[in-house]
Design a protein around this ligand. Sequence first.
Ligand SMILES: C[S@@+](CC[C@H](N)C(=O)[O-])C[C@H]1O[C@@H](n2cnc3c(N)ncnc32)[C@H](O)[C@@H]1O
Length: 244
Amino acid sequence: MKHIATLLLTGFVWFGCQNQPKSVSEDPSLIREKPIPATTVSEPVTLPSNGEGNFESLVADFESKDRGIWQKPELVISYLGDLKNKTVADIGAGTGYFTFRLVPKAKKVIGIDIDPRFINFLDSVKVRLPEVYQNRFESRLAKYDDPLLQPEEADKVVIVNTYAYIENRVQYLRTLHKGMAPEGELLIIDFKKNNLPIGPPDEFKVSSTQVEQELKAAGFVVSKVDKEVLDYQYIILAEKRAEK
Ligand SMILES: C[S@@+](CC[C@H](N)C(=O)[O-])C[C@H]1O[C@@H](n2cnc3c(N)ncnc32)[C@H](O)[C@@H]1O
């Protein structure tokens, strides 16, 4: 939790999880019997306010209007190729910025997060979707050290703006490796260490070189590193190669 503590000490609030969320057993109010009802498609969902950080401001950050300009989500998703028959896991799904852009393209999308507030949020968005898309989406409350994928469950995995929050990353990646199909692909996107006008402070970030080293240590094969296409972020694609 040292990174999170650093963020708290600096009073920095950006892109989430600055507080370790309470577990559901500590605070049963985190569970909603039913997803938050939809109002209109464009209206923001009423969010639970449970004192754990300012959830509304996290949501506003994740879904900020300027994000499309620097995040280029459709371009990013195209790195995953044809998803028609693929199961995609979005680890650290947050508000589902990528999750719900993936749903129309994939066979199934699993939105994974460790914060029950985001799981509630994802479920509240799900009920607004056409039924065909609702059936393709599943939210999953995971553990800090385990995305809780079934063996070989995911063909593709995305981790966007979340990698730095994961501790013991090599061990985490080894666990993730087991949850990926043979020849599955992992896409990691995060902020360059470049004193940027947006994103967390540089000391919180993980460099692309470090991500590459950690992926290799966990048994992945790095197939692409792109530091050009996004102004603020690097894109890393890694493969789980089938055992020979
Ligand atoms: C900065 S947000 C990014 C959300 C989303 N990927 C996006 O780009 O909008 C980080 C998210 O990762 C989640 N998270 C943090 N640590 C995690 C972990 N170990 N496993 C899964 N999710 C985690 C947080 O709860 C939060 O929703």
